[in-house]
Design a protein around this ligand. Structure first.
Ligand code: FES
Length: 79
């Protein structure tokens, strides 16, 4: 009761991003998120992207390989 169960390697969601850190926290500058006039910023929620915290489409392979259904968070900006 009240004790946290330690994550085993097989139960970890994050298998490759900044594993040396105790906790992965990213800060995004809102100007950078929409640079170049882009009205959309796509953020990874599958922990597989090579451009983390941004989505690179790696979730598609993950979903195909595992039967999972994860996808990105899309932040849109109105003109
Ligand atoms: Fe992770 Fe797209 S690559 S959500």
């Amino acid at each position: 009761f009240g004790s946290k169960k330690a994550a085993t390697p097989s139960s970890k969601i994050n298998k490759k991003i900044s594993l040396e850190k105790e906790k992965v926290v990213d800060t995004c500058d809102i100007e950078d998120m929409f640079k170049g006039g882009s009205l959309k910023c796509v953020l990874c929620r599958c922990w597989k992207s090579k451009k983390f915290p941004f989505c690179d489409g790696a979730h598609n392979k993950h979903n195909k390989d595992t039967g999972d259904n994860v996808g990105p968070l899309i932040i849109e900006k109105k003109e």
